[in-house]
Design a protein around this ligand. Structure first.
Ligand SMILES: Cc1ncc(COP(=O)(O)O)c(C=O)c1O
Length: 441
């Protein structure tokens, strides 16, 4: 916990996705970060088990990124991105395109995952309209999906607390696939569960109900993160791809957390060998040093929209800070580090050690499931009777006090460290969680 001397007035800041009243009675403030560690304002070191918020893939305080941002701020602090450009915005687009699956080489820059999602949904609508199928406006998401917090993202998203307050204002014409999680069938699976491919058939049901001619796109996280790490069953994503292709529906993979090495490949699309039509990106794209996001789009989708306009602006969408010079500087430096240090190969090489360490928790107190892929693990706890989420919240707080940062959603602990992690630190993460679990009811 943070010592009183270092705590500023906490009253003005309304914190996002935070229990504000509770936090302000027991604040946890971070002061510094370097490599695998945060330092809290009371001076205690915290091992980063979550790459910040799934975003600091190259580790903290990378000098190349710091220099790139500082130099860029001195050289060109800002450039409007509408009807003007700057060279690094094009260079950054080429660098991102190089990491995308073949054909997804048209890149639209945003500032966050939420913006990437809403941009992708708009691209899907614009594409069908440009093809003369403007009646295809329906969007299909999935239960438990997290696609950020824009109105588009919460509409296709499937996390009920994020939706219920705004339920009267969600996008019309959205439907949801069922989620794929069933612990009676796939508890303690290493990697992809063998059971559950049939959940993709739910898409055929939805198509039969609405008719394919009304559906623009299906959006899913190839590996769902924020809801508490749900790994796609074997064959499931393949089936979604086949069904969407058959019906002329665009498939969007939301890779805001899986992009840039999390699964030991450039993207989850590459890892699973499935190519969607659109990929949304953010987080690891800039190592989180500057807010940044992007949408990678199949060339045909891009060309259809851009080619359909008689003249002038082809796509009425964009942000003041699309391809902000500080963001493109950070993106170029970050992608340079990933390549130079071969961090995605490193993540792949560490996956087995990570998996073995995570699954040692299978028999730990309160644990009902351990699941993993790449450098992601979910540890699901038996909820405390009458107090769902309380147990995981306590694990989070105690881990932090003991020098480990984890995430939790409901009663699921998520672990997703920077890709620079050492083997001993992997062991430390899961040993700390295990010892904390022993101390709580
Ligand atoms: C899959 C996915 N999509 C979108 C988002 C939203 O990103 P942001 O918080 O940058 O808007 C997130 C954030 O965790 C995410 O995990």
């Amino acid at each position: 916990m943070t010592s009183q001397a270092n705590i500023p007035d906490l009253s003005n800041l309304w914190m996002p996705f935070t229990a504000n009243r509770q936090f302000k009675t027991q604040p946890r403030l971070l002061a510094k970060a370097k490599g695998m560690y945060y330092t809290a304002t009371d001076g205690h070191q915290v091992l980063d088990g979550t790459a910040g918020l799934w975003c600091v893939n190259a580790g903290h305080g990378r000098q190349e990124i710091i220099d790139a941002i500082a130099n860029q701020a001195a050289e060109l602090d800002y450039a409007p991105s509408f009807q003007l450009g700057h060279a690094d915005s094009f260079r950054a687009a080429s660098a991102v395109a190089k990491l995308m699956p073949q054909g997804l080489d048209r890149i639209f820059f945003t500032n966050s995952g939420s913006e990437s999602v809403d941009t992708a949904l708009k691209i899907a609508l614009a594409y069908h309209r440009a093809r003369g199928e403007g009646q295809r406006t329906r969007l299909i998401g999935r239960e438990r999906g997290y696609h950020g917090v824009g109105f588009g993202g919460i509409s296709v998203g499937g996390i009920s607390p994020n939706r219920k307050t705004f339920s009267g204002a969600l996008l019309p014409g959205v439907d949801h696939l069922s989620h794929t999680h069933d612990l009676s069938k796939n508890a303690h699976t290493r990697g992809q569960p063998a059971w559950g491919e049939h959940f993709a058939d739910d898409l055929e049901r939805i198509i039969a109900l609405h008719d394919a001619s009304t559906i623009a796109a299906v959006i899913v996280e190839p590996l769902a993160g924020s809801t508490g790490v749900l790994i796609p069953p074997k064959g499931y994503l393949e089936k979604l791809r086949a069904i969407t292709e058959k019906h002329g529906i665009l498939l969007i993979f939301d890779e805001v957390i899986t992009g840039f090495g999390r699964l030991g490949a450039n993207t989850a699309s590459e890892h699973f060998g499935i190519t969607p039509d659109i990929i949304t990106l953010a987080k690891g794209i800039s190592n989180a040093a500057v807010p940044a996001g992007a949408v990678a789009v199949k060339r045909d989708v891009h060309d259809t929209i851009v080619g359909a306009a008689a003249t002038g602006i082809e796509f009425f969408h964009g942000y003041t800070y699309s391809a902000h010079p500080l963001a493109t500087a950070a993106i170029l430096a970050t992608l340079g580090i990933y390549e130079k240090d071969k961090l995605f190969d490193r993540a792949k090489g560490l996956s087995k050690t990570f998996e073995d360490a995570a699954h040692k928790l299978e028999d730990a107190r309160h644990v009902i499931d351990v699941r993993n892929m790449g450098l992601v693990a979910g540890i699901e706890l038996q909820p405390r009777p009458g107090a769902p989420g309380a147990r995981a919240a306590e694990v989070f707080a105690k881990c932090f006090d003991q020098g480990l940062m984890v995430r939790y959603t409901g009663d699921i602990i998520a672990v997703s460290p920077p890709l620079i992690i050492e083997e001993a630190q992997i062991q430390e993460i899961f040993q700390t969680i295990e010892s904390v679990l022993k101390t709580i009811d």
